[in-house]
Design a binder for this molecule. Structure first.
Ligand code: FES
Ligand code: FES
Length: 194
């Protein structure tokens, strides 16, 4: 069977896919994307987590045939355009990690969580990570990393907003006529401006 899907924004085709093959096998062995790990092959450890049409799934449990025509994001797809790791990946790499086998799956889970919830509580983060097993480092570092990441993103957003406000104020000072609403129509003045 020929399988065609979009992986990390690129159309990819895999030939000779057996009907019972898992999406994880296709990603790793046929498409050369080894980021998703095979920790248990039975949906227990979360090391193989990827997004399938925007939904977090255990790739080892997804029959590859059902992913035909779908959009898939793997941990390789989190990397920035300039080739640097994403802020999620950087935050997780800063933890006191030991073997790191679980980290690609954790990165996908944290990425998925923060896409839908920009400021998760620790409980929400714990719930999101409950399908990701770490056998050697534990979870405290990951929970702290997620909180740091949330704070970093909030600070960056506040900075950008302040910068946009400053720029709007500067524009208004140099050209008050360009200020939003400066030329609004006065309904009490027929055909006139306020
Ligand atoms: S390898 Fe898929 S959940 Fe463990
Ligand atoms: S760091 Fe080894 S399994 Fe998590």
């Amino acid at each position: 069977m020929r399988l065609s899907c979009t992986v990390n924004g690129r159309r990819r085709v895999a030939d000779d896919v057996w009907e019972g093959e898992s999406l994880l096998y296709v990603l790793r062995e046929r498409l050369g994307l080894a980021g998703a790990k095979d920790g248990c092959s039975q949906g227990e450890c979360g090391a193989c987590s990827v997004q399938l049409d925007g939904r977090l799934v255990a790739a080892c449990l997804v029959p590859a045939a059902t992913a035909a025509g779908c959009g898939i994001t793997t941990v390789e797809g989190l990397i920035e355009h300039d080739g640097s790791p994403s802020d999620v990946q950087r935050a997780l790499a800063r933890t006191d990690v030991q073997c790191g086998f679980c980290l690609p799956g954790m990165a996908m889970t944290v990425h998925d969580l923060l896409e839908g919830n920009h400021a998760p509580t620790e409980l929400e983060t714990r719930q999101a990570l409950c399908g990701n097993l770490c056998r050697c480092s534990g979870y405290r570092g990951v929970l702290d990393a997620v909180q740091e990441l949330v704070d970093e993103r909030a600070a960056r957003t506040a900075e950008l907003e302040a910068e946009a406000d400053r720029r709007a104020a500067d524009e208004w000072e140099t050209d008050p006529g360009a200020a939003p609403g400066a030329h609004r129509t006065d309904p009490n003045t027929p055909g006139g401006e306020a």
